[in-house]
Design a protein around this ligand. Structure first.
Ligand SMILES: Cc1cc2nc3c(=O)[nH]c(=O)nc-3n(C[C@H](O)[C@H](O)[C@H](O)COP(=O)(O)OP(=O)(O)OC[C@H]3O[C@@H](n4cnc5c(N)ncnc54)[C@H](O)[C@@H]3O)c2cc1C
Length: 563
């Protein structure tokens, strides 16, 4: 499909046609005049490439005259997206984030543009309410459309029977990264691609990055690096605050700290969203009466933090905290370290694994720790088991009942009343395809490459039943992610971080700064190091509580930095 230059801000393809006016708005002359103060003019010549997929730190270009065409590159050539003419502007979320471009931009007709660097763009977004709303809305809608188009030059060749495939699907989806998903089990075209890139069938999943680099069963870190998802880290720079963990508490801390002018770096081992990101629908978070998926909440919070200038690195694991010297240093999985005058620990918790002998073998091939659309696709119209009696299990049961044939909810206790919210218990009771199995636990998992059947035992008779069910969702409580803090931060006997009045005299040696003044409520046994959200001993394990702690803690960071 060709897009005519005369069609101002035209966008092609079904995913770009909806909400076109908001996605590709025309700036008024008054708005362009305001932007002039932030940019520099430069001529553009026909055929000039202004951005290639993967290019980082690209400026936003406001077209003053001439035109720029934007295309998505894929295995079968270019797909036109839009032609920007006078009054229109380039960019989407990656422009604001300073990370790799998803599209190619090329000059169609010579003319002139106003070049606005990433820094200046952020200044505009923080100071000009009207333009901020216009740019943010356009950037978000453009990214959403790129994802919905299910096109592009990032291709995942995987199998619905492979754990590695699920991991990369989750990683790309949770990072709002558009990709083409091809399944070797169902798509005949995949064989051609495998041959073209000399890939053996036992080497899947494979990620084809921009038609050039072939990654065989890559780690999340390798995928992030190949796709330019992260900016380089400047490890000479001492930050005001490093937030470790980008769940609700860490993202809230990042939004408040960055919006109050602090220099903030956020490190996230997986993808932003944390546990909440694995929830299909959060219904008790204030302001969302019809509920919001954890992924959508995380995506909004991430954009909000970046709008204020917080730098977020995904697939960056904090391996160790060095707190002997100040500024404090966080050692990274990449081998280097980053330093800051204060640290916010927001590493939350991760789901307890089943202690059964072969449980690890089936992770991603029948055992799942999240119940979102990505996992649900694997068990559509099949029977599934959910283990757990808390709200996360209840939500998963209600969600999967709408996608699967039958849901078996297994709890070790005699019922749900003590552990689950009333509204979920009622919905479960009213669902004809959810069966609650009280006093029941799994005793064996069986299968080859895939989980094929499950044996469970019901007390008090200890009756054993075998079921041909290949999908088990584990929602059985969480353990704190604090291994990286060992030897540095005071933890309780279960590994949660102790803060404020929960710290004892043993934790605060008499010579220490904190022995002289009482630690603040979120402060650990180290001055200027705070803990918020699920990782903190005594916290309420809820999204709203985590968000509240993350935002309130920033006040205490100011105290620590400026006394
Ligand atoms: C399926 C599910 C459904 C839920 N539904 C609800 C609900 O409906 N309502 C509600 O109020 N609560 C709900 N919860 C609970 C809620 O999600 C948590 O209380 C909340 O996410 C805690 O936020 P957090 O930021 O403290 O920690 P987490 O969400 O656990 O986030 C911690 C983050 O830190 C990262 N991290 C860990 N270690 C490292 C490291 N070494 N380096 C870098 N990063 C690291 C993790 O990858 C993670 O992203 C649900 C939980 C689950 C699992």
């Amino acid at each position: 499909m060709t897009v005519e230059a005369k069609d101002e801000g035209a966008a092609s393809g079904p995913s770009f046609s909806a909400r076109k006016a908001q996605m590709f708005p025309q700036l008024s002359s008054a708005q362009i005049q305001r932007l002039e103060a932030h940019g520099t003019r430069r001529p553009i010549t026909t055929g000039e490439i202004l951005a290639q997929p993967g290019d980082r730190n690209r400026p936003m270009l406001v077209v003053l005259s001439g035109s720029i065409e934007v295309v998505q590159t894929g295995m079968s050539g270019e797909v036109p997206i839009v032609v920007h003419t006078a009054g229109s502007f380039t960019g989407e979320m990656s422009t604001l984030q300073g990370i790799g471009s998803l599209v190619r931009s090329r000059v169609r007709e010579e003319g002139e543009v106003l070049v606005i660097t990433e820094d200046r763009l952020r200044t505009i977004i923080q100071t000009d309410a009207e333009l901020s709303e216009l740019f943010m809305r356009a950037f978000i809608l453009r990214r959403v459309s790129l994802i919905a188009s299910q096109a592009g030059d990032v291709i995942l060749l995987g199998s619905s029977h492979s754990a590695g495939t699920l991991r990369i699907q989750q990683f790309l989806t949770r990072n709002s990264f558009p990709f083409v998903n091809l399944d070797v089990n169902t798509d005949a075209a995949v064989q051609t691609l495998l041959e073209r890139f000399h890939i053996k069938s036992d080497e899947v999943p494979v990620v084809l990055c921009r038609g050039e680099v072939v990654l065989k069963n890559p780690s999340n870190e390798e995928v992030a690096a190949c796709l330019g998802m992260n900016q380089e880290i400047d490890d000479d720079r001492v930050r005001d605050v490093i937030v470790v963990g980008a769940g609700p508490s860490g993202l809230a801390a990042a939004v408040y700290a960055a919006s109050e002018g602090l220099d903030v770096l956020v490190l996230e081992t997986g993808t932003p969203g944390g546990q909440a990101g694995s929830s299909s629908k959060i219904e008790n978070y204030l302001g969302f009466p019809t509920g919001i998926s954890g992924l959508a909440l995380a995506a909004r919070a991430r954009v909000q933090a970046q709008k204020f200038g917080a730098e977020i690195r995904t697939a960056y694991t904090a391996m160790k905290l060095n707190c002997a010297e100040r500024p404090y240093a966080v050692e990274l999985c990449h081998g280097n370290a980053v330093r800051a005058r204060s640290i916010i620990i927001a590493t939350g918790a991760e789901y307890r694994r089943l202690t059964l002998e072969n449980a690890t073998r089936f992770i991603g091939t029948g055992i799942y720790y999240a119940a979102t659309a990505t996992e649900a696709r694997r068990c559509e119209m099949k029977d599934v088991i959910i283990v757990g009696g808390g709200n996360s299990a209840g939500q998963a049961a209600v969600y999967l009942a709408g996608r699967c044939h039958h849901v078996h909810l297994l709890v070790r206790s005699k019922g749900l009343a003590d552990t689950m919210s009333h509204y979920l218990i009622r919905r479960i009771a009213e669902s004809s395809n959810i069966t609650l199995h009280a006093n029941t636990e799994i005793t064996s998992l069986q299968g080859g490459e895939q989980l094929e059947r499950v044996v469970w035992r019901t007390a008090p008779e200890n009756v054993l039943e075998t079921h041909e069910i290949g999908h088990v969702f584990l929602m059985t409580g969480a353990v704190p992610s604090t291994r990286w803090l060992k030897g540095c931060i005071a933890l309780n006997d279960k590994g949660f971080v102790r803060t404020g009045s929960d710290l004892t005299a043993v934790d605060l040696p008499s010579a220490s700064e904190l022995a002289a003044r009482m630690p603040q409520s979120f402060e650990t046994n180290r001055p200027g190091i705070f803990a918020v959200g699920d990782v903190r001993y005594g916290s309420v394990k809820r999204v709203a509580a985590a968000v509240g702690e993350g935002s309130a803690c920033v006040q205490q960071v100011h105290q620590a930095l400026h006394g």
